[in-house]
Write a protein that binds this ligand. Structure first.
Ligand SMILES: [Zn+2]
Length: 486
């Protein structure tokens, strides 16, 4: 390091003393000097990051190096095991009659390899794929069920795609279909990853995503009374259990080093694109948040733990591994914060159903209200790494963000570095750095840890229980395998 003159040091000290933590952290967040480079390396040089692949291992090392460079303490990785590994082979789908054409298609994830013979299998249109639609459709035995979609515009549309999927799958199986084909929710031939399994186990039912234009063409042929047959080859590579890793760093607390605030974002991604909006930008945010607090010369009362989670896309495998491994510390984990909605403007926070957090979070946000992240919501949802903290009763905050360009690029081949809104992301780093520091430094805890009964009440009130059922997560909670037991 270059030697600083006494004169420079004097002015630097005055600068630090003159500013409040909020002012310092906003200034540091706005600078975020390593943000672009970190994210460019992660997305362009490492690329899409599926647990169990070499890219995920390189990404873990990227996280370790970046945390160390940012000044992180106790930088290390922690294992998280997935029941199976999965990568897609060269999926090929073709209409073979009444006209021949190639269908742009991808397999849904974590599903078995499959093929249909050269003479093809019939396709049956099941409309929107409701139970009634399936009951109305004839001749589904041995056929591919073709499910329509509307183009995705809002968060609600996205949730609907997930929440209705399990019912569609069981209806298709019950009717004796050999496969289900979903029409893409994006146009312009855009393909994206969608889960074919509601956990990290391989699902044995064949599920395919058709490009919207090809899927609609098939549907029009069927409406015109033609018999449409397709052949397909889906040589998915399925492997056994794999171990991936969360990457962890700390800033140790000066008064209560054994109390923790966790700020995390998932590092893994799908791989048709390079996982820039989902969620490379926010993995980079977590690293830059650490750097900002360090660079501002601030040490909070409690320890802040910065975590890059793995396996979020396989339904929160990494964050579940974290809450399992750190179970003994959860009484002293006073809050968990996460960002997982790209770089659309952060309007505030979802408080995971906790009305009692509205007042304290409102007070803590006061010094940065000019950044506009003040709108708090008390909804709760299944969808990102806060979930297992919620199930453990730990106060949790998820950034609520505007859709911006997130949904069109969601899990798609177009989720690349060029989509990232860096000026907005820098504002989020300022918000994250300030709020995380403020929660960790506040003399009072943000709120109590809830017990199982309180968590159950919260689930009923927010209808989180229904979402968990739709995501096939309910039984693990009900059987005491996931979440707080008492
Ligand atoms: Zn995500």
């Amino acid at each position: 390091m270059r030697k600083l003159s006494a004169f420079t040091l004097f002015f630097f000290s005055c600068y630090l003393l003159a500013q409040s933590p909020a002012e310092k952290l906003i200034a540091e967040g706005q600078q975020s000097p390593t943000l672009e480079k970190n994210l460019r390396v992660l997305t362009d040089e490492i690329g899409g990051r599926v647990p169990g692949t070499p890219a995920m291992e390189r990404a873990e090392q990227w996280g370790v190096d970046a945390f160390k460079a940012a000044g992180g303490e106790n930088v290390h990785t922690e294992p998280a095991q997935l029941a199976a590994s999965w990568t897609e082979g060269n999926t090929q789908v073709d209409v073979v009659s009444p006209v021949r054409f190639h269908v742009r298609a991808v397999s849904l994830t974590w599903t078995v390899p499959a093929s249909a013979p050269a003479e093809g299998v019939p396709v049956v249109d099941v409309g929107a794929g409701t139970n009634e639609d399936f009951q109305k459709a004839a001749h589904l035995r041995g056929a591919v069920a073709l499910v329509h979609s509307k183009t995705m515009k809002t968060w609600d549309d996205l949730f609907e795609e997930y929440l209705t999927q399990a019912d569609k799958l069981s209806a298709a199986k019950k009717a004796g279909a050999v496969a289900i084909a979903f029409i893409s929710t994006r146009d312009q031939d855009l393909l994206y990853r969608h889960i074919g399994s509601f956990n990290d186990h391989i699902n044995n039912f064949t599920q395919i995503l058709f490009a919207r234009e090809d899927g609609e063409r098939i549907a029009r042929l069927l409406t015109a009374g033609k018999t449409v047959r397709i052949k397909y080859s889906i040589p998915n590579h399925v492997g056994g259990s794999v171990t991936a890793h969360n990457v962890v760093a700390e800033i140790r607390g000066k008064e209560k080093p054994n109390e923790f605030v966790v700020i995390g974002a998932h590092l893994d991604s799908w791989e048709l694109g390079t996982g820039a909006l989902d969620n490379g930008c926010n993995a980079a945010l977590v690293i830059e948040t650490l750097r900002a607090i360090k660079a501002a010369g601030l040490q909070p009362r409690r320890t802040i733990r910065f975590v890059l989670f793995t396996g979020e896309e396989e339904l929160n495998v990494g964050s579940f591994a974290y809450t399992t491994a750190h179970k003994a510390e959860l009484d002293n984990t006073i809050a968990m914060l996460t960002w997982d909605e790209g770089t659309g403007k952060t309007t505030g926070f979802s408080l995971g159903g906790r009305k009692d957090l509205v007042d304290p979070v409102t007070r803590l946000l006061e010094p940065i209200k000019q950044l506009g992240a003040n709108t708090l919501t008390t909804d709760a949802f299944v969808g990102t790494d806060n979930m297992d903290f919620l199930l453990e009763g730990v106060p949790n905050l998820v950034a609520n963000q505007e859709e911006a360009n997130y949904l069109i690029n969601y899990h798609a081949s177009s989720d690349t570095y060029d989509k990232v809104d860096f000026p907005q992301l820098r504002k989020h780093i300022a918000i994250a750095a300030y709020l995380t520091y403020a929660i960790a430094d506040n003399p009072e805890r943000l709120g109590p840890r809830q017990d199982r009964k309180q968590i159950e009440g919260l689930m009923q009130e927010t209808h989180l229980d229904d979402q968990m059922k739709a995501f096939d997560l309910w039984s693990s909670w009900a059987e005491g395998k996931r979440g707080r037991s008492h």
